[in-house]
Design a protein around this ligand. Structure first.
Ligand code: EPU
Length: 327
């Protein structure tokens, strides 16, 4: 039986069993077999850190259907199987002249996880494009469709990570794309990078985003990692004013409930960028990313995580929290 658990950190880890299903009907037949077992539903394993073998069943979706289901003058709705590689879906939309997802180009992982994790980059989040999410209950096999409101989306979170954690498997996500391209260029230097493009197209934005990501983020095939390891913390306005007086050059973004500070900057200030603890390291070009230099265990990476958390708390009095799920 297949037991190795795929994960982009490149950690050698096994489950009691790993099951992949390719249709909703097949998943329904699996559900009763899971009764009493610990179950972990994974995507591409690009947001997971395993610190031990998993005692139970790992499920993976092999649902790879994609079909446009609705359209009007301005939009098209596409129902996408959870097992489709996220960036393959983005490429599919761009090839058909549908836009909206281009800023999310090259994010690792699969479509199911995009809706659980509310993936985001360069000023756009999955929730901005999701219409509804189809699920199957892992308790009784029943189907349920969640509207985007019911998913309770927030920064890298949803009801599937909180109140309903572990209770549903996402089978399809219906994304709403636009026929007319509306660029979102307000993040970082995206606008200036694309300034010389006449008649900007979604494909140009996709290309620029791919170039930025390739320059800054390590390819997991070459260097194990799970993207941003920590979330960017949000601090109160008062706390921000105190910090800003000490560090006037600190990057920051105004958000609804306070001020967001890039954890990558905090970690770099603590001297961790490019440094390692054994085989676990902080990526040299982006301090928010922890990497496996080869043969690191999950425990090694967790030790580095704790050390960084401690140093950031000591220096800035801010607790940074992992974005990656630690198991
Ligand atoms: N920064 C530093 N040092 C570093 C890294 C960043 O000073 O080592 C500063 C940068 O100079 C910049 C700011 O921090 O002023 C923000 O950096 P960047 O644009 O690289 O983005 P981020 O906040 O580090 C977030 C997401 C990424 C997403 C990018 C672009 C989170 C946890 N991460 O990173 O998402 O690609 O913005 O939108 O929100 C992921 O979730 O796995 C991920 C890669």
């Amino acid at each position: 039986m297949y037991r190795k658990i795929q994960n982009t950190f490149g950690i050698d880890v096994q489950a009691d069993r790993v099951l992949e299903y390719s249709t909703e009907a097949e998943l329904r037949t699996i559900v009763p077999v899971l009764a009493g077992d610990s179950v972990l539903h994974i995507g591409a394993g690009s947001n997971l850190l395993f610190t031990r073998d998993f005692k139970g069943t790992v499920l993976h979706s092999g649902i790879r259907l994609v079909e446009p289901v609705q359209e009007d003058a301005n939009h098209v709705w596409v129902k996408v199987g959870a097992g489709i590689v996220w960036d393959d879906f983005v490429a599919y939309t761009i090839a058909r002249g549908w836009s909206g997802a281009e800023n999310l180009s090259l994010i690792p992982g699969e479509v199911g996880a995009s809706a659980v994790q509310n993936i985001g980059a360069y000023g756009v989040e999955a929730k901005d494009l999701i219409e509804w999410v189809d699920c199957i209950s892992l308790t009784d096999g029943s189907s349920r469709r969640f509207s985007v409101g019911e998913c309770q989306y927030g920064y890298r979170t949803s009801i599937f990570k909180t109140d309903l954690k572990g209770q549903y498997a996402v089978t399809y996500v219906t994304y709403r794309l636009t026929k007319q391209f509306i660029p979102h260029l307000d993040y970082g230097n995206l606008r200036s990078l694309l300034a010389d493009k006449p008649e900007l197209k979604a494909a140009d934005v996709r290309r620029a985003i791919i170039d930025i990501r390739r320059a800054k983020l390590p390819d997991p095939k070459q260097l194990g990692n799970a993207g941003s390891f920590f979330m960017n913390p949000v601090v109160s306005r008062m706390k921000f004013d105190d910090l800003n007086a000490l560090y006037p050059q600190m990057p920051h973004y105004e958000v609804e409930n306070g001020v967001k500070i890039p954890a990558g900057w905090l970690i770099e200030q603590c001297g961790w960028k490019g440094r390692s603890l054994g085989q676990a390291g902080v990526y040299e070009k982006q301090a928010l990313i922890l990497v496996n230099h080869g043969g690191a265990t999950g425990a090694d990476i967790l030790r580095l995580c704790h050390t960084i958390q401690h140093d950031v708390a000591e220096r800035f009095d801010i607790i940074i929290q992992p974005e990656v799920n630690i198991l």
